[in-house]
Write a new protein. Structure first.
Length: 132
């Protein structure tokens, strides 16, 4: 069983290790506020035993977190604390919900749909990251 805390720590560690990576030495989140906003959204979306988030940091500082499970997708993309997109689509490529928000996000019906979708697709994961 993987706890929500372990999943959050895994995502944050991946982002910061990529910032230190020699292949991507200039990559850092544009502000700590951007990373904080992403982690707060993760805290909202994740449950114990959620699918493992795949977190990435682009050279321009954009933070992306994705879940791709059985052709279903959930994604967070934050180019700044004031520019965050969260979306989900089903296995047929149909959009379930799309939210454009900021670090001052609030729970909405659309975010609830995305959270439910992540919970549903997490049950389809057969192999998790072995040790977080």
């Amino acid at each position: 069983s993987i706890s929500k805390t372990q999943l959050l720590s895994y995502a944050a560690d991946r982002i910061y290790s990529q910032a230190r990576d020699q292949l991507n030495p200039g990559a850092t989140p544009k502000t700590d506020d951007t990373l904080r906003a992403v982690l707060e959204l993760l805290d909202y979306l994740l449950d114990d035993d959620s699918a493992t988030p795949q977190a990435n940091l682009a050279e321009d500082g954009t933070v992306t977190v994705e879940w791709l499970v059985a052709h279903n997708a959930v994604s967070i993309s934050a180019s700044a604390a004031s520019d965050i997109q969260v979306w989900a689509e089903d296995s047929n490529g149909r959009e379930i919900a799309c939210v454009e928000t900021t670090s001052k996000w609030i729970e909405t019906p659309e975010l609830q749909k995305i959270r439910r979708h992540l919970r549903d697709i997490s049950g389809q994961v057969s192999r998790r990251v072995p040790s977080l």
